[in-house]
Design a protein around this ligand. Sequence first.
Ligand code: CA
Length: 300
Amino acid sequence: MANLRLRVGQFSHRGRRRANNEDWLGRFQPEDPERLADKGSLFLVADGMGGHQSGELASRLAVDQVIRHYVDAPGADVGRALRRAIGVANATLYSQSRRGSEAGVGRDWGTTMVAAVVRGADLWIANVGDSRAYLLRGDRLRQLTEDHVLGPDSGVGLHVITRALGRKPDVEVDIFPPLRLRTGDRILLCSDGLTSPLPDERIQALAGRYPPQEAAEALVRAANERGGPDNVSVVLVEVTEGGSATPLSTRGYLQEVWDSLSRVLPAEIRQRPAWVLILALLLAALMIIGLGFVLGLVVL
Ligand code: CA
């Protein structure tokens, strides 16, 4: 996969019960080919906590810190750079939390973090907390991360996060060994506002049904239709072939045309299958040709 390309969809919503959106998304995709080969593309989802807007501050600050320190990290070891960047973000949040109300943050502020780096055909994942990464390959959805929460047998009975950024001076980060991507794979990063109300089967069905942006929006909408109990955020990255050096296949070209077209259409229309729209366009074209023919006859 020499000319791997990524198509990215992302969407974040407050949900139906919360006053604020404490989730935050981040993305770093260098345009310079050399830098891209060196760093790859970085995608992030953070789910802040702490109330009174400090959750929002925490997730934004953490995303900002991870991007900055990942980009500046020396060496080519992606896993190490991710671990270090998340560690620095944790230390920054922790020092703010020590200052408490003076820094405008609540005592229990913090954030989860799930990060994905795609470099060449390799995928690295890092996580802390209960925001997840999945891989959709063909029809199969596989959860790549483990949630850092108390299990159902803990006796606490609530969804308690056991690891988050900003809680302790150091944080343990799960880094997964690089996974070889294939054309057609989709990487899904999301907050628990998606995974709490939606079963994996539903996520699997929606994550692969539309182009990435529409799929991200459809997933968020589905969580809201199930009550939208929490902020809900989705980043969906599709691995495709192509790029400037290789012409797109006919199917790839049609997909590009469809994507460009669907971006300007209202959501209700673009949710319909592509063939419905193509049929409608064909009918419209036939009507215009027919009208031209009739007018031609009248003029003559
Ligand atoms: Ca949440």
